[in-house]
Write a protein that binds this ligand. Sequence first.
Ligand code: OXD
Ligand code: MN
Length: 619
Amino acid sequence: MVSVSDTLKAAGVENPAVIDYVEKWAAITEPEHIEVVSAEDDERLVQAALADGEIFPAGKDRYYSRSYYKDTARSEERTVVATHWEKDAGVYNNWRDADTTTAQQVQRMRGASKGKTMYVIPYLMAPVGSPLERWARGVELTDNRTVPLHMIRMARVGAKYLNDLEDPNHLVRAVHVTGDLENLGQGTPDDQRLFATVADDRTILHFGSSYGGNALLGKIAHGLRQAAYDGWASGEFLSEQFMLIGIKDKKAGRTYYVCGGFPSASGKTNLAMMLAPDALGDRYEVYFYGDDIVWLWVNPEDGRVYGMNPEYGAFGVAKDTNYTSNPTAMEAIKEGSRTLFTNVAYNPKTEELWWEGKTPDYPEDVTGWVDWKGEKISDRPVERQRSKAKGDEWTHPNSRFTTSLSNVPNVAPDYEDPRGVPIDAIIFGGRVRDREPLIRAIRDLAEGVYDGLTLGAEATFAAEAKEGVLRYDPMSMRPFMSYPEGEYARHWLKILGQAKHLPIFAHVNWFQKDPEDGHFRWPGYRDNLRALLWLLDLKEGRVQGRETAVGVLPLVEELNLDGFDGDRADLDAILTLDYQRWLEEIEHRREHLEQFENLPEEIWQAHRRVAKQVEEESR
Ligand code: OXD
Ligand code: MN
């Protein structure tokens, strides 16, 4: 019989630490075969998955898959961060003891891959040559073939990334075991799933799902949770759930770089892939770097904050993606792009795909279409076939597309540059129907961090909502927080405090509504660039804005409104502060921050400063 070690060596794995680790876990999970994956294997894996009915053809070089119907999203309750130190427990990180958690996961995973293939996926979550490359190396073991298909699109994959390391041991070890999805009690008190990042062992052990967010361990588990922990423990960098864009001013011959965090369902991917409004297109060009993760550090050579997207692809929500909301995504997922779709609606006869919001209405003819569960639409009672009622959707709200960055038409020409890009502005934004103006700029570091910590959006689930109280999502990292919030704030102040040239902060909101009739007061999408251009003008001293308690707001005449066809009264409204709402908001923020132990005094000072000024200006 061929040994594990010989199989790995024959596939180009030279790192002895990887070989030891695969041997160890193969003895636990007991797969029948072991296969090392690199990006060059994509076509072969696709053909095998098609032949076995794990994925289906969706036009030329595009693919479609379904995940088990009880396994369609990340589970925050079943996701934990374990370490050997109880002091690492925070409010949001679901801290567990490392040794106990590892032992439990070994027990869950024992023999659980019998009869299956273990795919060994060596990967790199950074452009090659990045100053943070040593934090970016990992290897994922999985017993599910759709995982390497996703990983090849989302990360740089191949044995070569882990050979010849200065310290062969310095890598993230990740194990994914799918489990018996039909018998895991998802969402019940007897839920068998557990998704654990054992952060101080740099080990990720996920059991009980084949859905991307739980199964692609390079992305959220390594790229965010583990990397945030590593960045803190090493004191070297930050890892945040941020998008990253470049805005080129062709007239001035300069490109500005903006990154920022938005809670789920606040349009982060649409913003990241945005184009300039037609009327501004001659002067400005927007470049896409990434839509979900940014690692940030200070370059000692020039004292600037640099950012890079560690990912190689986008795992975007399909719902509501269309040629208005996100034309560049539509291009990035078109036929020929090798995109893999999950849990949208599918027509096996025509190989077409459809999702809610792709077109204003369902496909005219339901013949052949199946919904995200694989059930025929034509088998439904006629009145439920094309109905807009809740529960009759054709696609899952968290249906996804997985496509490589290189498919995005406005991807930045230097998106693989290991140096990253110098960040000019850091923005935070939530979906809020009132209180938050279009944009407010913040120059002070502690006030910027304070603003990020109090980022909130309206709760998406009715049960969570309390009238007027936002669901706070610090820096949009609530589900990915891996160490205590007080330390998190301190680490932000420390890293950015090293910068000689601080990025400007801003809070943005594209979603204010008129309380009378509920219409959105800002057109959003491409017009969002106008707010960002104002922010860059402010940073460069080309405009002054209007100082308020919560930051600098634009004067209407300072916004570039060429070709703007939004409503002027609406514009005035979103450039005005509702002080009554802000007085209440300050109280909610205080309660939110009081949960966090050991919050730096600078943050409390920023809170008190803002609170006092809101109080004064409201009189
Ligand atoms: C998420 C994702 O769940 O990026 O935030 O998939
Ligand atoms: Mn995300």
